[in-house]
Design a protein around this ligand. Structure first.
Ligand SMILES: [Mg+2]
Ligand SMILES: [Zn+2]
Length: 256
């Protein structure tokens, strides 16, 4: 496996976290929300992303646990690390997750919220992601709602009838997308944070092209940064809030 991660700015913290070995891949993207939405917690977003990546990666070592169970266990592990010192119900960091696990027989993948896994099969290349937030945001009408857009989104984070990411409620794992695929039918897997999926969501590349470039991940990230800078006006027109985002990827290719 090949991986790379890069902070949105050279002097800022990287709030993405990546773990991988020969058969496991984890990408966690800590949500860069305003501090008032994390008021109950004294930890940083980067701490949360790394703690969750560690806990999920470790849980995935147990093959008897399906990926949703691994994520459930990981969320609980991290919540236990700060529930005595922080008031988790008063706002704490959260994250999106993309993960996969590969053995000779089976590929298992998991996506929670807007992280993605690109799957290359003989039938073609496709993207697994959960666009629940984007779909929900389409229904936000500032003329009707009492809340600002950000408060409206926050009120629906990890709430019944809202949208789910990894925070401190383990039942978030039940909202993750999961797939099981026969390994011989999968040629490659690419787990990414939304800092990378903007390549095909906003910058005109295709997932297939991104997958092809991922064999040299540092070069891919250089190209991503260059494309963002060149497309600044276009990104703004599409209401993409950040010119750059923390960007992470893990690539697995079948050796046949
Ligand atoms: Mg991101
Ligand atoms: Zn905390």
């Amino acid at each position: 496996m090949i991986a790379a991660t890069r902070a949105c700015s050279p002097d800022g913290p990287n709030e993405d976290a990546v773990r991988h070995d020969q058969c496991r891949a984890v990408v966690v993207d800590g949500a860069g929300v305003a501090e008032r939405y994390r008021a109950g917690c004294s930890h940083t977003v980067a701490w949360f992303a790394n703690a969750l990546a560690d806990a999920l990666f470790e849980a995935m070592d147990d093959r008897s646990l399906a990926l949703r169970e691994c994520l459930r266990a990981a969320i609980t592990t991290v919540a236990d690390q700060h529930r005595d010192t922080c008031r988790l119900d008063q706002g704490s960091p959260s994250a999106t997750v993309a993960a996969f696990r590969v053995d000779d027989q089976q590929v298992e993948l998991l996506v929670l919220s807007d992280a993605s896994v690109v799957v290359a099969e003989s039938s073609g290349t496709r993207v697994v992601t959960d666009d629940a937030v984007a779909v929900m945001l389409d229904s936000y009408d500032p003329l009707v709602e009492d809340l600002t857009r950000d408060d409206w989104i926050e009120a629906r984070r990890c709430a019944d009838g809202g949208w789910w990411c990894a925070q401190h409620r383990p039942e978030a794992a039940e909202h993750a997308l999961v797939e099981w695929l026969p390994t011989p039918e999968v040629n490659a897997l690419l787990a990414v944070s939304d800092g990378v999926s903007r390549l095909w969501e906003h910058l005109g590349a295709t997932p297939f092209e991104a997958l092809g470039a991922a064999d040299d991940p540092e070069w891919l990230l250089d190209e991503l940064r260059a494309a963002e800078t060149a497309s600044e006006a276009g990104l703004r027109a599409r209401e993409v809030r950040k010119l750059h985002d923390d960007a992470s990827l893990v690539l697995w290719r079948a050796r046949r």
